[in-house]
Design a binder for this molecule. Structure first.
Ligand code: HEC
Ligand code: HEC
Length: 317
C-alpha cells in the first residue's frame, strides 16, 4: 500500500512562493548542478548582461562551447515555447535541457539529487522548506519559481509609454516611429510588450545551414533556418546578437536587414532589402537602446554581490 505513493511527486509540505524563489536563486548560482561542480546557470546567464552572456557562444562544461548564444533571461512567463526552436513548453522542463546538454553543464539530474543528499547544507535547506529530500521535481520547481521573478519593464521607453513625456529624447521618439513604420517592417515580427511575436522566422542568418533551427524539432523543410523571434528588450546588455551571436552591434544587425554586403538566402522571409537613411538608422538604434532597463540589471548585480558576500561569510564559519 505504501508503495503506491509516487516517490518523486509527493510533498509533505508545499513551501511558500518566497521560500521556493530563494531556493531557486541559490540553485541558480550554485555549482552543485554541474557534474564537476565547476559550472552554474550563472556561468552563462550573467546578471550584468541581463542574464545573458557577452560572447557569441559560452564556455560550457569540460571546455566545450555552446552552439548558440546565451540569451538574456527576463519576462520568461511570456516567452513560451522556449529555446530557439521552441521545443520546450514549461520553465520546469527547460531547466533539464542545459543540465543534461553535453556542451552546457554535461550533468544529470539524478546525480545532482544524490550529490545534494550528501550535502548537509542542501539537505537542511530542503527539509526546512520542502520538508523532504531534494528531488528532480522540487529542484526544477524551485528554479522555475525564481526564473519567473525576473521581470524587466522599467526601461526609459516603458516610462515614456506610461505617460512620462520626458523619458525619451527627440531622436529616440523619431526612432520609435521608424520602428513602427511600414517602411522598416520591424513590427511584422517584433511587437507586443517584449517586441516579439514569439513565432519562428527565417531572416537569413543561418546561411551556412550549420544550425537548422526549428527544423531540428519539426523536420519540415519550410522550417529550415527558422529561429524564435527574440525580444528586443535589454539589447544594450545582450550583444552579440542573433542565435549564433554572429552580429556584434545593432549597426551590423541593421546592415544585415538592409542586405549590405550579403545576398538573399533561399527561404529568407525578408525578400526586399529594408532601406533606411543614415539618420533613420541612427534614430532606430537610439530607440532600441532606450528599451534597455538599467534598473533591472543594477538590481540583480547588487543582489549577486549580496549573495556572494553572504556565502563567503558563512563559509568562513
Ligand atoms: C554553458 C552555458 C549555459 C548554462 C550553464 C546554462 N545555460 Fe541556459 N541557455 C544557454 C544557451 C546557449 C541557451 C539558448 C539555447 C537555444 O536557444 O536553443 C539557453 C537558454 C535558456 C533558457 C531559454 C530562454 C528562452 O527565452 O527560450 C532558459 C530559461 C535557460 N537557459 C535557463 C538556464 C538555467 C536555469 C540554467 C541552469 C540550470 C542554465 N540555463 C544553464 C546557455 C547556458
Ligand atoms: C520576418 C520577421 C522579422 C522582421 C520583419 C524583423 N525581424 Fe528582427 N529578428 C527576427 C528573428 C527571427 C530574429 C532572430 C534570428 C536569429 O536568431 O538568427 C531577429 C533578430 C533581431 C535582432 C537581434 C536580437 C538579439 O537579441 O539577438 C534585432 C536587434 C532585430 N531583430 C531587430 C529588428 C529590426 C530593427 C527590424 C526592422 C528593421 C527587424 N528586426 C525586422 C524576426 C524579424
Amino acid at each position: 500500500m505504501a508503495l503506491s505513493f509516487s516517490f518523486s511527486c509527493r510533498f509533505s509540505r508545499e513551501p511558500s512562493l518566497n521560500q521556493k524563489i530563494l531556493l531557486g536563486e541559490q540553485l541558480f548560482y550554485s555549482p552543485i548542478l554541474g557534474d564537476d561542480e565547476d559550472i552554474s546557470c550563472a556561468s552563462c546567464h550573467k546578471a550584468e548582461w541581463a542574464f545573458g552572456d557577452n560572447v557569441p557562444t559560452s564556455q560550457g562544461a569540460k571546455g566545450y562551447s555552446t552552439i548558440r548564444n546565451s540569451p538574456g533571461l527576463f519576462n520568461l512567463t511570456r516567452r513560451a515555447p522556449y529555446l530557439s526552436e521552441g521545443g520546450v513548453n514549461t520553465l520546469e522542463e527547460v531547466i533539464i535541457a542545459p543540465l543534461h546538454d553535453t556542451l552546457e553543464m554535461a550533468s544529470n539530474i539524478g546525480r545532482v539529487v544524490r550529490r545534494m543528499w550528501q550535502d548537509t547544507t542542501w539537505l537542511r535547506r530542503w527539509f526546512e522548506n520542502w520538508d523532504s529530500l531534494p528531488s528532480p521535481a522540487t529542484i526544477t520547481r524551485s528554479l522555475a519559481s525564481y526564473l519567473r521573478t525576473l521581470k524587466s519593464e522599467s526601461s526609459r521607453a516603458d516610462r515614456y509609454y506610461r505617460g512620462n513625456n520626458q523619458a525619451l529624447n527627440v531622436a529616440e521618439i523619431r526612432g520609435a516611429l521608424v520602428f513602427a513604420s511600414e517602411k522598416s517592417g520591424c513590427t511584422k515580427c517584433h511587437f507586443g510588450p517584449d517586441l516579439t511575436d514569439n513565432l519562428f522566422h527565417n531572416v537569413g542568418v543561418n546561411v551556412s545551414g550549420k544550425d537548422q533551427g526549428r527544423y531540428r524539432l519539426t523536420f519540415k523543410n519550410e522550417d529550415k533556418g527558422k529561429f524564435k523571434t527574440p525580444t528586443l528588450r535589454n539589447l544594450r546588455f545582450t550583444a552579440p546578437y542573433m542565435h549564433d551571436g554572429s552580429l556584434t552591434t545593432l549597426e551590423s544587425v541593421l546592415d544585415h536587414y538592409m542586405h549590405e554586403g550579403h545576398p538573399f538566402s533561399e527561404n529568407d522571409e525578408i525578400q526586399k532589402p529594408i532601406y533606411l537613411t543614415k539618420s533613420q538608422k541612427s534614430d532606430l538604434i537610439s530607440f532600441l537602446m532606450a528599451m534597455s532597463d538599467s534598473d533591472f540589471v543594477e538590481h540583480y548585480v547588487r543582489r549577486e554581490k549580496e549573495l556572494l558576500t553572504w556565502s563567503s561569510i558563512k563559509n568562513r564559519n
